[in-house]
Design a protein. Structure first.
Length: 399
């Protein structure tokens, strides 16, 4: 029917928007016919064998999805899925009112396959409203390229029992330094992937992230035949969060962990304990925010603090050794730094990280720029990555 009636019409229309509208009306009509969706699935074979991909915990049955911009209102997702797309992005949604309407349709016509919501404004409210109805989220920062706006979204995600991936969609034109900052933010804050807009961005992200960041390739343009418009999706290998990887390593070898936190204020402990089964390896932590707690509880020497400063390699090492000794853990991690303000020696955004284990104690300095809340998050991820490196090094040295 489509090939005989609709395709010849859309090919004659120069305006791609009008051609898309005609084709989409056809599929909406076809979906209303009893058995129409079933026939579409048979014709287009949307479950091909051998093309499956698992990315950020979701099983995609092929690597091709439909990007945002066609099903703007969220009322054709099932009909479009029937054409063979492994997922459909609805939106982009710039207003809460629009996503409320889409949720109403999702409730009356639940999605048959993987569904993503693309959000381009009123981010937090829209994200929370749609959380229970979508499988993953694309946060479009094209009109507002401040990556820190994801802070509240990522914090909100922690309050839900079910983890759902968050992908950031970057502007089509962006300076290399700004893109590097976004890549670093994504790696440090458990953003699940980036939707790139051109081949140059894709190559840059792959190189900068060393393949650790899944990429949705939004570089392909819509085809002139609207019903076949699609965006190819290419993903790199799925990754777990650093706290999950640490948990697997510790459980596999029967080891334990503790933490001593100053500038991170308990966030390391929080992330570690979000992992199911963490009680089998995580012994506890000391939030030694005050100097007196560092000295009296963790046993950091007052002379070290006086001579080297609270924010120093020596204090980070002593904190890690102190909490490891206190709890009897196999490994320990510690942080001492400046989430806000300078101490006259180190600038704002500096943290010293200590990691103590069977082979000794090691330290590393990490520096970043950003508001207090963002710095604390990045300190936390940097500490967990340094801890993971030390555990992996110990495993390799034992072989």
């Amino acid at each position: 029917m489509y090939s005989l009636l609709i395709r010849p019409i859309t090919r004659r229309i120069k305006d791609s928007g009008k051609a898309s509208a005609i084709a989409l009306r056809y599929f909406k009509f076809e979906g209303m016919i009893p058995g129409g969706r079933f026939l579409n699935r048979l014709i287009h074979g949307n479950r091909p064998v051998g093309l499956e991909r698992e990315v950020f915990g979701i099983n995609f049955y092929n690597p091709v999805g439909l990007g945002a911009g066609l099903d703007v209102d969220g009322d054709l997702y099932n009909d479009l899925n029937d054409l063979g797309f492994s997922f459909v992005e609805i939106g982009p949604f710039s207003e809460v009112a629009a996503i409320r309407k889409a949720i109403g349709r999702l409730q009356s016509d639940p999605p048959d396959d993987i569904l993503a919501a693309c959000i381009s404004n009123e981010y937090l409210s829209s994200f929370c409203l749609a959380y229970d109805f979508c499988d993953f989220f694309v946060i479009d920062i094209s009109g507002n390229p401040e990556i820190e706006l994801l802070d509240d979204i990522l914090d909100a995600r922690l309050t839900y029992e079910e983890y759902k991936p968050v992908v950031v969609k970057i502007p089509e034109t962006i300076a290399p330094d700004d893109l590097d900052y976004i890549i670093e933010y994504c790696l440090m804050n458990s953003v699940d992937g980036i939707e790139a807009r051109n081949i140059q961005q894709i190559s840059h992200i792959k190189e900068k992230s060393k393949g650790r960041l899944p990429i949705i390739d939004g570089a392909c343009t819509r085809r002139s035949i609207a019903c076949r418009a699609y965006f190819k999706t290419s993903f790199c290998q799925n990754k777990m969060n650093v706290e999950q990887r640490i948990g697997l390593l510790l459980k596999e070898h029967g080891w334990s962990l503790s933490a001593a936190e100053s500038c991170t204020g308990g966030r390391i402990s929080h992330l570690i304990t979000t992992v199911s089964g963490s009680s089998s390896y995580y012994l506890g932590s000391v939030t030694s925010y005050a100097v007196s707690v560092k000295e009296k509880v963790l046993g950091v020497s007052p002379s070290v603090i006086e001579n080297k400063g609270v924010v120093s390699s020596e204090v980070a090492a002593a904190m890690a050794e102190g909490v490891r000794r206190l709890t009897g853990s196999t490994f320990a991690v510690a942080t001492t730094g400046l989430a806000e303000g300078s101490d006259g020696h180190y600038p704002e955004g500096t943290v010293w990280i200590g990691a103590s284990g069977p082979e000794g104690t090691f330290t590393e300095i990490f520096q970043c720029e950003g508001p207090r809340k963002s710095n604390i998050k990045r300190f936390t991820t940097a500490a967990l990555r340094f801890l993971e490196k030390n555990i992996v090094d110990y495993i390799n040295n034992c072989k």
